[in-house]
Design a protein around this ligand. Structure first.
Ligand SMILES: *[C@@H]1O[C@H](CO)[C@@H](O)[C@H](O)[C@H]1NC(C)=O
Ligand SMILES: *[C@@H]1O[C@H](CO)[C@@H](O)[C@H](O)[C@H]1NC(C)=O
Ligand SMILES: *[C@@H]1O[C@H](CO)[C@@H](O)[C@H](O)[C@H]1NC(C)=O
Ligand SMILES: *[C@@H]1O[C@H](CO)[C@@H](O)[C@H](O)[C@H]1NC(C)=O
Ligand SMILES: *[C@@H]1O[C@H](CO)[C@@H](O)[C@H](O)[C@H]1NC(C)=O
Ligand SMILES: *[C@@H]1O[C@H](CO)[C@@H](O)[C@H](O)[C@H]1NC(C)=O
Ligand SMILES: *[C@@H]1O[C@H](CO)[C@@H](O)[C@H](O)[C@H]1NC(C)=O
Ligand SMILES: *[C@@H]1O[C@H](CO)[C@@H](O)[C@H](O)[C@H]1NC(C)=O
Ligand SMILES: *[C@@H]1O[C@H](CO)[C@@H](O)[C@H](O)[C@H]1NC(C)=O
Length: 822
């Protein structure tokens, strides 16, 4: 009886607990403003008018502590953009935020006097009211006052680690407010870490990421168009940028071009970079969009003083400026470049009437650290040159604003540091040299002759070594592969299983021919259909590609990438086992008169969108960033629902988390899809994939191969033809007649527009795949494309045939392989 009663009591108790819970959650009131008499306690939130942001208490990561912060209300991934009490967390749920009559915010604990966080307003408060704006700005203002200048306090003046549209970074020179974002210590601890992004003041101020008080990365000064260290303008597809530089303020802010784009930048506590993200409705997650740092040359001061960093230089990225030599040649040659370079000959400094100093012009640079600079915003370049010659410690000058051919000028004093060379984009810089160096040209010429003789001898030697190496490598690689495959969790198939599945690799089962061997269809005993790629034993070269492919694809999982199921290495046989993709490759559809009828516009758009997603995943997956290098219709497979799956990663390259471009002496890829900078100079980057993507989109729309010259004007390839029609505003003529009826004109035009943006000549003009995704998915205004990069015509390949080894694969695509590059 007694037992029963207590049981009953327990029931009532749990009922009360549940009721209390229901009440408390329905009582978890959402306020729209807080006034002097009101307060916000843990469990309650303050919501912005349009419901975009929410202020309340939260616990970050696996921490139990309570913080007052702001997050996105409508986004299912809890993303905090601002924290009030970063250093003083509350230990329980007793936090209370109040507004006092003096116009200050006070965060306390119910029951104690402890203040965890508060604000100080110097302005006169009168009926203060606290509101959260739809920009994510928490604003305390006097009732009826709406001018931001008169706000009592606003959170945008005290950013945390997140940079939001409409927020400013920089300095208020009147009040001294330092608009700077500071990384969290860790995902569980929002207290300020070592890394921050803010303005470093000087005559020519610049934004830097700092490690404590040390520079870590320089965005460089604003040159009127971009930050000197960031010539890539692709973010302007999505953002409007405003830069204010005057005596009251130096600031940078952005705004999204269309309202529905949700974007944020956050200084990352592990990569120490500003990472930008955009919300992707389709996947309901943040899409990584870009980063402040790209390659090793972005490490501040890597090359020391008076040198520049050239990331495309494979051996030594650091190079002394002309007229300078390594301070310590031993250290420099052993790759310790931090001591930098010193002048070979002192400047004459106008002390010598018979000789004056001169300047050497460099192109394509990120200008040096601007700590010791003098800005003459109304002077010409020539005036700066003369001013510079008059001051012995002046080392360089250039235009301070590059707009309209350049205006204003700026001079550097003392050592020049942290200069970077860009393979495309970048600014001019005039570097001072003593008069003696004017004889430099002659000296250089002699050097070239000597070097080329030596080079010829070396080449012969190298060739011998290479042949020997090649023979030895074949065996060595075999064991390397086996060793490697042990580290991945890739299932190993038994050769017998595969032989049975493919009917002993019968011709009837052969479904294609990749660059490095035939592909067979097979059926496993359990009925699972597979595609088996058989590495030809004869293809010695395929070995490296094979390793690459296994390494890369074993780690990838995305619905728009073909899935590797396992592999098999037994005796001479090296086999890759893939999921079988029923409908085969895209080229078999779009370029085929009859089959192309089965692909209507909505399906084609779905394919374009899927390929975009797949490529974006390759480029921006944070663990492993990959450049495909051979995207083409033949490498896009279609599954039963016509979902595209990118395949063939034999040519793909990874690049470390922050490197985005590379250089190769072996240009591989497919004629018609290669970006000009890649085909000609061997420079590949995510932007060369973007180029190939642009071609692919155009082909999907037109149903013609880029290299086919089947339209009226036989001198242009498809891109050239598309560009001409676009210019003549006749782009609709491009549309494949078979989709004329099913297509949505605005969608097709948008795709044509995007594809022309993708094939622009200069890589920095091309959008990233993240922008492509947004451009395809949204109604945002698109910029006008510039002239496309026309791949040199067939003729030029033949003319240079000694440079290229051409190989015709069965699917009639010409694969170009340049063995010696330059
Ligand atoms: C503070 O705690 C007391 C007792 O638990 C409660 O009655 C009161 O409502 C709380 N005050 C606020 C502002 O939440
Ligand atoms: C940041 O600075 C600290 C102190 O100087 C140093 O120990 C640390 O290695 C630096 N971090 C990076 C990523 O350079
Ligand atoms: C930093 O990068 C890691 C890895 O990409 C990510 O998980 C984390 O959310 C990032 N932090 C911020 C503040 O964006
Ligand atoms: C940087 O390296 C590339 C590739 O070696 C070369 O073509 C280019 O001229 C170099 N740039 C400078 C300024 O030395
Ligand atoms: C030289 O140093 C850089 C940066 O520390 C490193 O990435 C590179 O691999 C080094 N090169 C050699 C040959 O050690
Ligand atoms: C590079 O040289 C500097 C100065 O001589 C020295 O302090 C530093 O330890 C060296 N770094 C490496 C990695 O050897
Ligand atoms: C002036 O320059 C000339 C030519 O470079 C040189 O021969 C001469 O020694 C210099 N005189 C002085 C005083 O430096
Ligand atoms: C440059 O010219 C502008 C416009 O004439 C003037 O307002 C500004 O004060 C000048 N700047 C300097 C440093 O002389
Ligand atoms: C040269 O310029 C520096 C930096 O502006 C200045 O401190 C120095 O006084 C100048 N020297 C002369 C001789 O004008």
């Amino acid at each position: 009886m007694k037992y029963l009663r207590s049981c009953h009591a327990l029931g009532i108790l749990s009922f009360i607990v549940i009721l209390a819970y229901i009440l408390s959650s329905s009582l978890a009131t959402e306020l729209d403003s807080i006034r002097v008499s009101q307060s916000l306690s843990d469990g309650m939130t303050l919501v912005s008018q349009g419901g975009k942001f929410e202020l309340g208490f939260f616990s970050p990561g696996n921490s139990q502590k309570r913080y007052l912060g702001i997050w996105y209300k409508k986004i299912p991934v809890h993303t905090v953009v601002w924290v009030a009490n970063r250093v003083n967390p509350i230990n329980d749920f007793s936090g209370i935020l109040t507004v006092n009559s003096k116009g200050n915010l006070i965060l306390t604990e119910n029951g104690t006097e402890t203040t965890f966080w508060s604000t100080i307003s110097l302005k006169q408060a009168k009926n203060p009211v606290l509101e959260l704006l739809d920009s994510g700005n928490l604003v305390l203002r006097n009732e009826g006052e709406s001018n931001p200048k008169d706000y009592l306090w606003q959170s945008f003046d005290y950013p945390s680690d997140t940079f939001l549209p409409k927020m400013k970074l920089g300095r208020d020179l009147q009040t001294g407010l330092d608009w700077r974002i500071t990384a969290w210590k860790s995902p569980n601890d929002p207290s300020p870490g070592d890394f921050s992004l803010g303005l470093v003041l000087s005559d020519y101020p610049e934004f830097c990421i700092m490690n404590g008080t040390k520079k870590f990365f320089r965005y460089g000064p604003w040159n009127g168009v971009y930050f000197s260290g960031h010539p890539d303008l692709s973010y302007t597809y999505m953002f409007e940028v405003s830069v204010v530089i005057n005596k009251d303020e130096v600031s940078y802010s952005t705004n999204t071009k269309i309202d529905s784009i949700i974007a944020r930048g956050a200084i990352n506590e592990t990569s120490h970079a500003l990472s930008q993200y955009v919300w992707d409705e389709n996947v309901q997650n943040w899409q990584y969009f870009g980063s402040s740092q790209h390659d090793m040359c972005d490490h501040y001061g890597l090359c020391g003083a008076n040198s520049y960093c050239n990331v495309t230089e494979s051996q030594h990225v650091c190079q002394c400026l002309e007229g300078f030599s390594p301070k310590s040649p031993e250290a420099w040659n052993s790759n310790n470049t931090t001591q930098g370079c010193v002048r070979d000959k002192p400047l004459s400094c106008n002390n010598n009437v018979t000789s004056t100093d001169g300047f050497v012009k460099y192109k394509g640079l990120k200008v040096p650290d601007t700590q010791h600079t003098k800005l003459h915003e109304n002077s010409t370049l020539d005036e700066c040159k003369n001013l510079c010659l008059k001051n012995c410690s002046c080392m360089a000058y250039t235009n301070s604003d590059i707009r309209g051919g350049g205006s204003g000028c700026v001079m550097w004093f003392g050592d020049l540091s942290d200069i970077k060379w860009f393979q495309s984009g970048g600014q001019d810089l005039y570097i001072r040299l003593p008069a003696f160096e004017s004889g430099l040209q002659h000296r250089n010429k002699k050097k070239v002759i000597i070097t080329s003789t030596i080079a010829a001898i070396c080449a012969t030697l190298l060739l011998c070594v290479y042949v020997i190496y090649k023979v030895q490598r074949k065996n060595a690689e075999k064991s390397k592969i086996e060793g490697y495959i042990d580290d991945t969790d890739l299932p190993l198939f038994d050769l017998q299983t595969i032989t049975t599945a493919t009917h002993k690799f019968s011709l009837n089962n052969k479904i294609g021919q990749g660059g490095f061997g035939p592909v067979y269809k097979g059926t496993l005993a359990d009925g699972l259909e597979i595609a088996v790629k058989r590495l030809s034993p004869s293809s010695g070269q395929g070995m490296t590609e094979f390793i690459t492919e296994v390494k890369l694809i074993a780690k990838l999982q995305h619905r728009n990438l073909v899935k590797l199921l396992g592999c098999c290495i037994q005796g001479e046989e090296i086999l890759l086992v893939y999921e079988y993709v029923v409908n085969g490759s895209l080229d078999k559809f779009v370029f085929d008169q009859t089959k192309s009828k089965s692909l209507d516009w909505p399906q084609r758009f779905g394919i374009i969108y899927g390929v975009t997603r797949g490529l974006l995943y390759l480029h921006q997956d944070s663990r492993l960033r990959i450049i495909h290098r051979d995207l083409k219709a033949g490498n896009v497979l279609l599954d039963v629902k016509l979902n595209p799956k990118i395949s063939d990663f034999g040519m793909a390259r990874t690049f470390g988390g922050d490197q985005t471009e590379g250089n190769t002496n072996r240009v591989v890829g497919t004629y018609g899809y290669m970006a000009p900078e890649y085909a000609i100079d061997g420079l590949y980057s995510i932007k060369s994939d973007v180029f190939s993507f642009g071609i692919l989109v155009m082909e999907i729309i037109c149903g013609t191969k880029n290299r086919a010259l089947c339209h009226a004007n036989k001198t242009l390839n498809l891109i050239g033809y598309a560009w001409r029609l676009w210019k003549e505003e006749k782009a609709l003529e491009l549309i494949d007649p078979t989709i004329k009826e099913s297509c949505v004109i605005s969608e097709v035009l948008r795709c044509i527009h995007v594809s022309l943006l993708c094939v622009q000549q200069y890589p920095e003009d091309r959008p990233t795949m993240a922008s492509v995704l947004l451009m395809l998915a949204s109604e945002m205004d698109l910029v006008d494309p510039k002239e496309p990069g026309f791949f040199p015509k067939r003729v030029s390949i033949e003319a240079n045939s000694h440079l290229y080894q051409s190989e015709l694969s069965t699917n009639d695509e010409l694969t170009v392989t340049s063995l010696d590059g330059r």
